[in-house]
Design a protein around this ligand. Structure first.
Ligand code: ZN
Length: 444
């Protein structure tokens, strides 16, 4: 079987009443698997590592990335997939979403000569199916405007081109698409290209809506403005972890490079597992926990860690000394604070309970059983905060109400916590519950 090399210039789409851009022409090609050189296309140039994508910010503003694939940054590295089925080398959408919107932003308009996209997969994930929209503005647009559905009236987006390579079939050696200005009038094509754009919006569609896993494996998107854009220097120690549920965590160990390996190896998997668990453990109707937050390590900081809003800040020296012990658990405690976001107000939850709930999830859910705290009962009280309050909450949970921590969290988040809550939950005051707890421990 011989595969078609060049497949016609398809769809001429954009109507240019005012000639700010030549009409866009879409060409598509497969690399020939028999040629022994994957990702080499008859006419469409090889992927570029220095295109204007390096100067752009790429954000998935709708839809969800598949966590089995690469981050969005893989679309900008000039590298194509090194095998026919290489999920880690490709960006692709989750099976859960029918489509996604990828926003490209520059800090100033760029005159585009071509847009090229590359994918690779032998079967249903090989073909590309998307539309590109542009926005006739040189000025910054507000995020809400950029997030409007481009198909809705008055969205401010206009269609540049539609791509559908399904007629080519699978792409075991790679599939390339080029969107270029119509060259019928060469001078005009040169002069205006695809237009000057500050924003592009790619609407990525499932290849086959009936195929659950039919999401294109995108290896690269090149935005060619004719200039060389050196890749942004990689900042070692800065990385974003995208996790289940559409959450993203920005890690920063630039001040403490000695912690980067531990963050990558231990902390990231811990956060990926536990942030969604904590979200699920502490729900409130209508409440959405932070979708994105940061964890930053400071070289010159005393103490352990704190959370301010959506910023977790960790003391580098303490972490360095506790990597084999309490380090990861200390961050789990802070993750609870990120999820808590309690209201301030007349019924503000006392600090000992805020910390007790954080330590309850940490010590009685996250940490192994043998690490559970055992307060010194001769001196302790439930208002001692942290581990002591956590042990007290564990007693109430085991003895009276398995939902007690979730209920206390919910009331706290609504700003409705009062001392009466303990009576409502257990029929006893907090002081009485503490005496019971102390007695129960002595009887053991
Ligand atoms: Zn705390």
């Amino acid at each position: 079987m011989s595969l078609p090399r060049l497949l016609v210039s398809l769809a001429v789409v954009l109507s240019t009443a005012h000639a700010v851009a030549a009409e866009a022409v879409v060409s598509m090609e497969l690399a020939d698997p028999a040629a022994g050189q994957p990702n080499v296309f008859p006419h469409i140039p090889a992927a570029s590592a220095t295109d204007a994508g390096n100067a752009a910010k790429l954000t998935l503003i709708d839809g969800q990335r598949d966590g089995n694939g690469a981050q969005l940054t893989c679309l900008n590295d000039g590298k194509l997939a090194d095998s026919a089925d290489a999920p880690r080398s490709n960006f692709f959408l989750s099976p859960a979403v029918p489509s996604g919107r990828l926003l490209v932003e520059w800090d100033k308009p760029h005159k585009l000569h071509a847009i090229r996209s590359y994918s690779r997969h032998p079967d249903g994930r090989g073909p590309q199916r998307y539309a590109v929209y542009v926005r006739p503005t040189a000025k910054p647009a507000p995020a809400e405007a950029l997030a409007t559905d481009p198909k809705s009236a008055g969205s401010g987006w206009s269609l540049l081109a539609e791509v559908d390579t399904r007629p080519l079939g699978g792409a075991p050696a790679g599939c390339a698409v080029a969107i270029t200005p119509d060259e019928t009038d060469k001078a005009a094509a040169q002069r205006v290209g695809l237009g000057r754009h500050r924003y592009l919006l790619f609407v990525l569609e499932k290849v086959d809506p009936a195929d659950r896993f039919g999401q294109t494996f995108y290896s690269e998107i090149d935005l060619d403005d004719g200039a060389e854009h050196p890749p942004a220097p990689k900042l070692p120690g800065r990385s974003t972890l995208e996790i289940e549920g559409g959450y993203a965590i920005d890690f920063d160990t630039t001040e403490t490079p000695q912690l980067t390996a531990w963050v990558d190896k231990v902390l990231k998997p811990t956060c990926a597992e536990w942030y969604p668990k904590i979200v699920a453990a502490f729900p409130t109707e209508g409440y959405k926990p932070p979708k994105r937050f940061g964890i930053t390590f400071r070289a010159d900081m005393n103490g352990v860690a704190f959370t301010a809003g959506t910023n977790v800040v960790c003391a580098g020296p303490w972490f360095e000394n506790n990597l084999q012990g309490e380090a990861a658990g200390a961050v789990v405690h802070e993750l609870v604070h990120v999820v808590q976001q309690y209201r301030r107000g007349p019924n503000r939850t006392p600090g000992w309970l805020v910390e007790g709930l954080a330590d309850y999830l940490r010590w009685f859910q996250y940490e192994p059983v043998e690490n559970r705290p055992r307060p010194n009962l001769a001196r302790a009280k439930y208002t001692d905060s942290y581990r002591t309050t956590a042990a007290f909450l564990d007693y109430v949970t085991r003895t009276y109400d398995a939902e007690a921590p979730a209920k206390l969290n919910d009331l706290s988040r609504r700003g409705e916590y009062t001392e009466q809550v303990w009576k409502d939950l257990t029929g006893r005051t907090a002081d009485d519950l503490w005496l019971e707890y102390v007695q129960s421990q002595r009887n053991q």
